[in-house]
Design a protein around this ligand. Sequence first.
Ligand code: F6P
Length: 556
Amino acid sequence: MTTLISHSAAWNALKTHQQALAQVSMRDLFAQDSQRFERFSVEACGLLLDYSKNRLTGETITKLQQLAIEANLPDGIARMFRGEKINHTEQRAALHIALRNRSNRPIMVDGKDVMPEVNAVLAQIRQFSNSVRDGEWRGYTGKPIESIVNIGIGGSDLGPAMVARALKAYHHPRLRRYFVSNVDGTHLAQTLAKVDPETTLFIIASKTFTTQETLLNAHSARQWLIEKLGDEKAVAKHFVAVSTATQKVTEFGIDPANMFAFWDWVGGRYSLWSAIGLPIAVMIGMENFEQLLAGAHELDTHFETAPYDKNLPVLMGLIEVWYSSFFEASTHAVLPYDYALKLFSPYLQQLIMESLGKHVNCEGNPVDYSTCPIIWGAPGNNGQHAFYQLLHQGTHLVPADFIIAVESQHDLPGHQDAVLSNALAQTYALMMGRTADETRHALDSKGLSGELLAQQLPHRVFQGNQPSNTLVYQKLTPQVLGALIALYEHKIFVQGLCWGINPFDQWGVELGKQVANTLLPALQETAGAHKEHDSSTEGLLKYINAHRRHSFDSVT
Ligand code: F6P
């Protein structure tokens, strides 16, 4: 017996419904219903979600909710909040909600309440971040810290880097932050060129403490520091680690007293709320970091308790399932009209695609429907002058999230009016488009006629019917940002439940790592010695080895 959700009655009802709705334009839906915005918008946790500019009706939402019930959404949500091992391929709970559980209610894993440990690490973060900010924590030569260099990759980089960038308005004035992730020496070298060893603190962030990129960067940074300060003892004052692997941290040479722990039930891409958020806490202060946690906690409670037709992550998750699996939309754009969210799309790329880029369901059966769309995007106005052409007149269906701050973090006269008018104009234009008749009329009023008008006409028509969600908040405070991130985390969980896939493992990253390990020695051997790979890989290896030797020869 198959367990695919696509064989359910709810799925089939949506399929039939989609065929009817595929021909309907949102322009008509708005014309027929003056209350469409009121009907299809919800406000919670400081976020307004307007989902009226989507290709759906009330019937669609009802049918999607039936799918959610069919997929056991209520049970799935309850199991996550109870701390059950829902990440079944790794036999782990997925408890990012415990990291920001400001109610402090007990959350049990293997019969043990995790909250005392969570609170103890938060206290350690508070103590440490205060001492760095106050200038009490000194470098080896006695100077206060001025530069924080986080060395990590993936979830140990993207989340903290995004939040630290988004909350720049809250940074301590003495401190600068840098994030080094790429194993290409250029990244570390360029960062080290900007900082002073006497006033730099390195945070080595790695859940496993086995990640090649992070360890190589950490070793090189350590070497650099010792060379510059002339004493290995300096490491204790300039290196701290964030990890679940105490033994490996100690082996690296970092005192366990300078280590911040977290737990295997925190997924890397869900970890910014844990000690992985240490650079955030140092930059913005513990009170603000706790506001970030509080915003996420408020959203967690909303997710757990709000009815589905008023539940932000449930609605956004179901709408994404609607487009991916029923309209075959293969991409999803994230377009913040808030420059502080410059790194939000790259952050979401890992969060969403590493979670949902799967092709088998929890039982190991290949699915027969599309799952995760490709996530991409850039700050709104920049995108308008780059890729929006494709959104307006291309051939792809591209659902998009427009993220809008009513107030900017900086108050330069006239700027925010321009941002807001552009954002609203784009969602309107994408939805409405411009028909041939309207275009003819517009060209006519500009004085075009005859053959020239006929020639221009098809190029000036906009198909419209491009769907979007609009998320609006007052201002990007730590609390609002916490809620916004948690919204996307739970939206992913909803999609995972509907598609029957596990959003908390990431086996797809393993193969490349294993092959890289086999190629590493081959790069150090003579060209052509290896015959293990396909002719392309072997040919490239041979070419690169020959050219590397050539450049070594010309240096020596
Ligand atoms: O390779 C992918 C990945 O495992 C991510 O899931 C993770 O966020 C990243 O690598 C970094 O892992 P770690 O924190 O263990 O260094």
